[in-house]
Design a protein around this ligand. Structure first.
Ligand code: SF4
Ligand code: SF4
Length: 499
């Protein structure tokens, strides 16, 4: 099983859940066709370059979109004085993306390890280096790009644009997930979200390079794949490694972080025991939930059924629409990520809810309604004058949250006090604060009922407190209201029984 620490417990599946949707032979994807590689044709290759000429001779239908997009202002333009916060991590990713960092010769001396030992070693090293989730699985040829698409204009040290990709020497993959900062991504689509992306990518790049180097030191060939030098489609590889499932939004969805992570991969010849893929109910949850699609400002996420793409039935993200919106807003948007009900801080409440959500069934529909009610409707469109990092400093909202925390703690103390009273004296006198004549005599209601009431009240306080700590005022107030009303009705019913 993947090294997930306390986060483990996912439902293991015999085969990756996407396999049920494979309609025929899966064609390898040509990296040159993705929107970033096409943008590179304008950014790094000259007007009359052979690469540009060749590409649009084969894909004349894409030229108009690509030319229009290339003329748009870039990402980060609203960052102001905080530009460094995302620019430096991305520069770092580029600095360690050339072949001499991601690949190399293995050591002459080969360590003799069993596949199980090797998998354990690699997982432990990945975690030590900073990965939040690590899984090992097979490297399937279908998920290897057919040709190189990103090379910074054939910069020295990078494999040239259009070169066929051959990873046949590697049969195994290690996928690592890096949690994105929740406070930054919840600002989506404003500027802080792109900082979260950059930081997670930088961590994922650094750890992948270090892990590949570690495996080579054991005497086995290994190559890192990270944001500026992927040779594989990371999402299906991550699914094969048992980290999560493919979602409607087109990203990997994990039970731990929802859509809120970035991925890197190490492919290797080191024989590794594979983790089993998981089934956490994402297919059926995404069928019932349209939150990301309803909130997507560009309409890039399909509201309808899966469609066939390179031999797989899937919800196909319209990358062109999405990418154009990035340019409009000046960030990588991430509204889908931040509105997905699975993308929540890793609190006890989220863990409990994600366990329930991972079981396919009609209750998932109720959970979607609950998420809409608790977290509110559509996100506002970006202001186009995105706030800087100062938006994350304590605000009046934080002050309100603190006040609510104090109030909830007071409620908690009262509930505990009342429960102790009940247990000790059979009355609620709050340690004598209520005069003996006015003390509530409980008599007829059983202790079990009182403890149930106290437990319910405590659960309500804990839920409302957790939402407050997550800075979700609406969810905190609604849950306090829900538990509070039922708690008050419960206590009235118990008094009625007692009298
Ligand atoms: S990043 Fe924004 S535009 Fe792109 S799919 Fe997600 S919500 Fe839509
Ligand atoms: S928002 Fe809903 S539909 Fe979209 S990925 Fe998350 S669970 Fe699936």
């Amino acid at each position: 099983m993947p090294f997930l620490g306390k986060m483990s417990g996912s439902a293991r599946a015999k085969a990756p859940t996407y396999e049920r949707y494979i309609t025929g032979p899966v064609e390898r994807f040509d990296e040159r066709d993705n929107v970033f590689a096409r943008a590179d044709l304008f950014r790094y290759f000259g007007e009359g370059s052979e690469e540009r000429r060749r590409y649009y001779a084969e894909h004349p239908e894409l030229r108009a979109y690509d030319e229009r997009t290339a003329g748009l202002p870039g990402l980060g333009r609203f960052a102001g004085a905080h530009e460094w916060a995302y620019a430096i991590p991305f520069e770092f990713c580029r600095d360690i993306a050339s072949e001499r960092f991601v690949d190399g010769e293995p050591s002459d001396t080969r360590a003799e390890v069993t596949p199980e030992e090797a998998a354990r070693l690699v997982r432990r090293r990945g975690r030590e280096l900073g990965a939040d989730l690590v899984g090992a699985g097979p490297l399937k040829e279908s998920w290897v790009y057919s040709r190189v698409g990103r090379s910074f204009g054939n910069a020295p040290g990078f494999e040239p644009w259009g070169k066929p990709v051959d990873l046949s020497r590697h049969q195994h993959a290690v996928t690592m997930a890096f949690r994105m900062d929740h406070d930054l991504t919840r600002a989506a689509p404003e500027f802080p979200t792109v900082v979260a992306t950059a930081l997670a990518y930088a961590a994922s790049a650094w750890v992948a390079v270090r892990l590949a180097s570690y495996i080579r030191s054991l005497g086995y060939s290994a190559r890192a794949h990270h944001v500026y030098n992927y040779r594989v489609l990371v999402v299906p590889v991550a699914v094969d490694c048992g980290l999560g499932e493919l979602s409607r939004a087109g990203f990997l969805l994990t039970r731990e972080f929802g859509l809120g992570q970035r991925l890197s991969v190490v492919t290797t010849e080191l024989p590794l025991a594979h983790d089993e893929p998981i089934d956490i109910g994402v297919r059926s949850f995404c069928e019932r939930c349209l939150i990301c699609a309803e909130n997507c400002p560009s309409g890039a996420i399909p509201l309808g059924d899966r469609t066939e793409h390179i031999g797989v039935m899937k919800w196909k993200l319209d990358a062109e629409k999405c990418y154009r919106y990035w340019h409009a807003v000046g960030t990588d948007c991430a509204i889908c990520m931040s509105t997905c009900p699975w993308t929540r801080p890793h609190t006890w409440l989220h863990r409990a809810m994600s366990r329930l959500a991972a079981v396919s069934g009609p209750h998932q529909t109720l959970m979607v309604w609950g998420a809409k009610l608790l977290y509110g409707g559509a996100r506002r469109p970006a202001s186009r004058r995105a706030p800087g990092m100062e938006s994350l400093r304590p605000t009046r909202l934080d002050a309100h949250m603190r006040a609510m925390g104090v109030a909830l703690c007071a409620l908690l103390a009262l509930a505990v006090w009342a429960a102790v009273d009940v247990a000790r004296t059979g009355t609620i006198s709050l340690g004598g604060a209520i005069p003996p004549g006015a003390a509530i005599q409980l008599g007829a209601a059983s202790d079990a009922l009182w403890w149930t009431w106290a437990g319910w009240t405590l659960l309500g306080v804990a839920v409302a407190w957790t939402f407050a700590a997550e800075r979700e005022p609406r969810a905190s107030l609604l849950s306090a209201l829900f538990f509070g009303v039922l708690s008050a009705l419960g206590v009235l019913a118990l008094f009625a029984v007692a009298s």
